[in-house]
Ligand binder design. Structure first.
Ligand code: ZN
Length: 515
């Protein structure tokens, strides 16, 4: 599919083009207002801001389900079979049209209200570690998820309807399969590491890292990987996120933690999301296709820069000098090898977004198993905190002392089930992209060590970014790797990297050797 020189909207019926442009501008306004609300909007304006966003959301919903819009889309989709990009625009908006029409307006509004109330109560429950406070709200929100699964429709499992909101090419059977492969690849590796005699010096990152210098480090690092500061903004927030407004405005909001490791990797992660948006072909703007194609692919881009570059030894050959100059006391006398080993320490922990490479997927698997069970009705909201803690004990060998560091830590379940799974999908896809990139550029490690991130970004731009959502997740993967989702490149990469780092005897497990 080639990208065209003229605006794609110009090729549509003017009434349809104008309707699509309105939809896209409403979406972009919402993203912009959400950025503002989360990065320093005045506290006295927050409630009014939420009301404004809710009005825009409602107007957007009405635009998406408009009957005349549906008629024009059907007419277009019937006559444009030889124009793949225009067909894709029609298919993209037809799907939103059908989804928006599958939910009665009243229920959509009631759900939106329930969501905003639940967010407020959850924040309070988290502060006081009081699950009982938010329990009735979660019960109502989860009832909506069950109902919406039925409205959206599914073939095999109600979870299919949920995951397809985030990753339309993926279903429950695929997730069951890939998560079982990740478990059998990762659990034994984590155990071997916990018994290894060589362990990193944990004191390195327990030292003092002043926030002002952390901000400087994060700014320099995201510049190094190619984040364009003229096409975005770099701000701060409580829960890091990226805002995909358009290629000319892709923002990053991060947080600085006590441990500079977490802060640096979070900034690289969110910048990776925004670098994807910045490199989408401008001709796709306002068509609906000018955005990430799926949450899994979006996450693959953040994870690629965070884990495959930001945790690469070569990256720190380039940047450790900078870190040492910013934190001369903390890193005095710390050799690059010791810094690098401590940066990649594997250690089970309770908070998902602070987890290391290997235990990260287990945090996701725990959430996936619980949300699937909630949707099926095989566990109740009442049992949730206990089940959560049991699973942490089973998979990670640690048990949260309270619900704040347990089940109350994330807010994702308010918007829907399936969001967490996209994090592991992204890790798996990033593993596949990395596997292919190393084949295409056998000097990959040298490129990273020489700071040639531009060569790597060019590869990602031409294989992934530019297409926006004009190619689906599996179309991208097929075009790049010749196959679909595959956990082997990731497991093989992680096994090799961590066996080497912890000086373990190489494993002979067949599941993780066949890349
Ligand atoms: Zn992310």
């Amino acid at each position: 599919m080639s990208l065209l020189e003229v605006s794609l909207l110009d090729r549509l019926d003017p009434a349809l083009a104008s309707h699509i442009r309105r939809i896209e501008h409403f979406k972009q306004s919402l993203t912009l207002l959400t950025w503002d609300s989360r990065t320093g909007a005045p506290s006295k304006g927050l409630v009014q801001g939420a009301r404004v966003r809710s009005t825009i959301k409602h107007e957007l919903f009405l635009l998406q389900r408009d009957p005349e819009f549906g008629r024009l889309l059907h007419a277009l989709s019937e006559k444009t079979s030889e124009d793949p990009l225009v067909s894709r625009i029609a298919a993209y908006h037809l799907r939103s049209f059908q989804l928006a029409n599958s939910i009665p307006i009243k229920e959509f509004q009631a759900f939106a209200n329930e969501q905003s109330q639940t967010s407020v109560v959850l924040a309070e429950a988290k502060k006081t570690s009081n699950f009982a406070l938010v329990k009735p709200y979660l019960e109502r929100v989860f009832d909506y998820h069950r109902k919406f699964s039925a409205y959206w429709g599914y073939q095999d499992h109600p979870y299919d309807a949920q995951i397809k909101q985030f990753d339309p090419d993926v279903d429950t059977a695929t997730l069951d399969q890939v998560f079982s492969e990740l478990k059998s690849g990762l659990l034994p590796l984590i155990q071997r590491i916990s018994r290894a005699s060589k362990q990193p010096d944990r004191s390195i990152f327990a030292r003092e890292f002043p926030y002002e210098q952390q901000r400087e480090l994060a700014t320099r690092l995201i510049q190094v990987i190619g984040y364009d500061f003229d096409a975005g903004k770099f701000g701060e927030t409580l829960h890091p996120f990226s805002s995909a407004i358009s290629p000319g405005d892709a923002r990053v909001a991060t947080i600085y933690k006590r441990d500079v490791r977490v802060s640096a990797l979070l900034a690289l992660h969110e910048a990776g999301h925004s670098i994807y948006t910045q490199n989408i072909h401008p001709q796709l703007v306002d068509t609906g296709l000018g955005i990430f194609t799926s949450y899994g692919i979006h996450e693959s881009q953040s994870i690629f820069w965070e884990k495959f570059i930001g945790r690469h030894r070569g990256f720190w050959e380039q940047n450790y000098g900078l870190a040492q100059s910013l934190f001369p006391e903390a890193f005095a006398g710390v050799k690059l090898d010791d810094f690098f080993f401590a940066l990649n320490e594997v250690r089970p922990s309770l908070i998902r977004y602070e987890a290391d490479d290997l235990t990260y997927n287990l945090h996701i698997i725990i959430r996936y198993e619980l949300e699937k069970a909630l949707l099926e009705g095989s566990i109740s909201v009442d049992e949730l905190p206990e089940r959560w803690n049991d699973k942490y004990e089973e998979y990670l060998g640690i048990r949260p002392a309270n619900d704040r560091e347990g089940v109350l830590q994330d807010g994702h379940w308010i918007s829907g089930f399936g969001h967490f799974a996209t994090y592991s999908l992204g890790f798996i896809f990033a593993g596949q992209l990395h596997g292919q990139l190393v084949k295409d550029k056998p000097d990959f490690d040298r490129l990273v060590a020489e700071g040639r991130n531009d060569v790597i970004l060019d590869w990602l731009r031409s294989h992934v970014h530019q297409y926006g959502s004009s190619k689906s997740e599996y179309e991208l993967l097929r075009d790049i790797t010749g196959g679909e989702i595959d956990t082997r490149p990731l497991l093989s990469y992680l096994t090799r990297k961590y066996e080497d780092l912890y000086e373990l005897q190489p494993s002979s497990q067949p599941a993780i050797n066949g890349e």
